[in-house]
Write a protein that binds this ligand. Structure first.
Ligand code: SAH
Length: 195
């Protein structure tokens, strides 16, 4: 039996570098002003809630405060969770580096917005949401803590289900046929084709 400290260290080790690199990528990109905004109230609420929820892995890793929500899980599944969080982090970083200054925490089209169809976006339209899903599943398994993983997953589904159709409609309104053609060759969260 590995001890709990090992799993705490593993979660911090796969979680923190990803967040730091993400911030560096975001700082490097000059963002234009939003010129089209969809559903701003809900989007701001989800963005803020998401920000605070993503502090949970940090609290889990550094304090005993969330230990009351621990459940027992075989070590093999917890190590699998580690690999899933790492995969989520890689997908998140690939998404940010392809999207560059077109990234938005909410549903906005910015000045000089371009449609990105290269890199990981050549395979899936929503790799960042895939990354959040992988992080949520992986965190649940690795932490064996229903509060940490459970809340992240609940947040993900509420955010995703209320957003993805509106986001695609916004992209169609902005990019028209170009986005419709892009939709035909890509999957939402998983690739339609691998080559
Ligand atoms: N849904 C994408 C992007 C998340 S960030 C993903 O999961 O990877 C959300 C913002 O990204 C949206 O407000 C939209 O402005 C922008 N966006 C989404 N897909 C895009 C694309 N293919 N090219 C450029 N911008 C995109």
């Amino acid at each position: 039996m590995a001890d709990e400290l090992t799993f705490r260290i593993l979660l911090l080790a796969c979680y923190l570098p990803g967040q730091i690199i993400r911030m560096l990528i975001l700082r490097r990109n000059p963002f234009g002003k939003p010129v089209r905004t969809v559903n701003p109230g809900r989007e701001m609420l989800m963005y803020r809630t998401g920000f605070y929820l993503f502090l949970l892995p940090l609290i889990y890793g550094l304090t005993p405060w969330l230990d009351f929500a621990h459940f027992s899980l075989p070590d093999g599944l917890r190590y699998t969770g580690f690999l899933v969080v790492v995969a989520g982090t890689v997908v998140l970083l690939l998404s940010h580096s392809a999207l560059g200054s077109n990234w938005n925490g909410q549903l906005n089209i910015r000045e000089n917005h371009t449609l990105v169809v290269r890199g990981i976006y050549a395979y899936v339209r929503h790799p960042m949401y895939l990354a959040f899903l992988l992080s949520g599943i992986g965190t649940l398994l690795l932490s064996a803590n229903w509060l940490v993983g459970g809340l992240l997953l609940i947040w993900f589904w509420i955010m995703y289900l209320g957003r993805v159709d509106r986001e695609e409609q916004m992209m169609i309104d902005q990019f028209g046929e170009q986005y419709r053609a892009y939709m035909k060759s890509t999957g939402r969260l998983l690739p339609k084709r691998l080559v």
